[in-house]
Ligand binder design. Sequence first.
Ligand code: EPU
Length: 420
Amino acid sequence: MEKLVVHGGNRLFGDIDISGAKNAAVAIIPAALMASEGTCHIDNIPSIEDVHCLERITKSLGCKIKTNVNSLDIDSSEITNLDACTEDVRRMRASYYFIGALLGRFKKARVELPGGCPIGVRPIDQHIKGFEALGATVKIEHGAVNIKADRLIGTNIFFDVVSVGATINVMLAATLAEGITTLENAAREPHVVDVANFLNFMGANVKGAGTDIIRITGVEKLYGCSYSVIPDQIEAGTFMIAAAATGGEITVKNVIPKHLESISAKLIEMGAEVIEQDDSVTVRSKGKLKGVNIKTNPYPGFPTDVQQPMSTLLCVAEGRSIVTESIWESRFKHVDELKKMGADVKVEGRTAIIEGREKLTGAVVKATDLRAGAAMVIAGLLAEGRTEIHSIEHIDRGYPNIEVKFQKLGAKIYRETIKE
Ligand code: EPU
């Protein structure tokens, strides 16, 4: 087991290359299984535990995979197993994309129910509603989704909630359905668009991704292709917040500034300077920042995945901030850890009321989930003294080499093995 040790108080300066988007890569890898001919070469794959987990699942289904530093070659011409029921499937959320991918190509699959961060109830009823509308029969038995269809036939599907996972999963299956499928009230996140683009590179016909209506004209077959994953909006947001939190200047490179607008706008409202270039964004901050109110929302609103790191920053901003989490009902578990460092936060249901303090002080804390882990790293960086962060396996699921990237910016942060 490992922990991160942070000696806080250093202002961070420099440039950092942002990796490929986790939430795009974790859908694109299962989607690659739908190519019945040729190899998918995928670049800009982040080196994170969730991706390694998917590589293992993909291999267990019979795909041949070649891994390079930040790329993957997936040959799925000979899938031998339609039963994805392993510990890896249970551990992570995105394993649910094997349902849509296998259903689309083989019209049947058995996939264990997914795990993922403990941030609230995570139903998959909208995924199932979409698959059933396409003509599939779904049974949940012994903790697994058993799905099959004689034929998949395109139809109109109106999602009851805006769901990234359901939009992508049903889009995967519909790509190889007969006729036209229209997804309404679809999620508009950049990673939804990235998956649609990848499918189109494979020979699919998906239009409208990035709006709330996606129209998919089914094709008979998909093929291998070369593709590069978009940059990670959430990793970029985390480093932008770190610049503001430490009173430094960081340029996040290899990003799409448009994807970061809601984060940039909040940092500007707090008093930080944000300068957008073509494919980079610089955040600079010198003085004390002001508290602001934040409400998380589906894209283009403020992303729930940046709420936790941002609420750490608000703990040392001047005045009161109110943070409302409208996506997940249990995404304030980091607050108890922040309190150990002197933060003044009261959580009432889905709202956190934060009274800004002069400073936080180092403590022994834990990462309760992935983005809570990022929030604790930011807290350690801005706090006075030494912070130890435990349970960092959550952080490794989604941030590639977090300590190495922060060291490059001047942070005193190290990974240590915990002696039993
Ligand atoms: N929902 C339903 N029924 C469904 C699906 C979702 O009620 O069938 C509800 C959820 O309970 C939630 C809301 O709809 O309240 C949105 O959930 P969504 O389906 O969009 O979330 P997800 O696909 O499970 C992805 C990301 C999350 C991110 C959310 C929201 C992946 C693997 N995960 O989850 O990322 O918070 O979208 O943007 O893409 C993270 O990276 O730390 C993370 C948790």
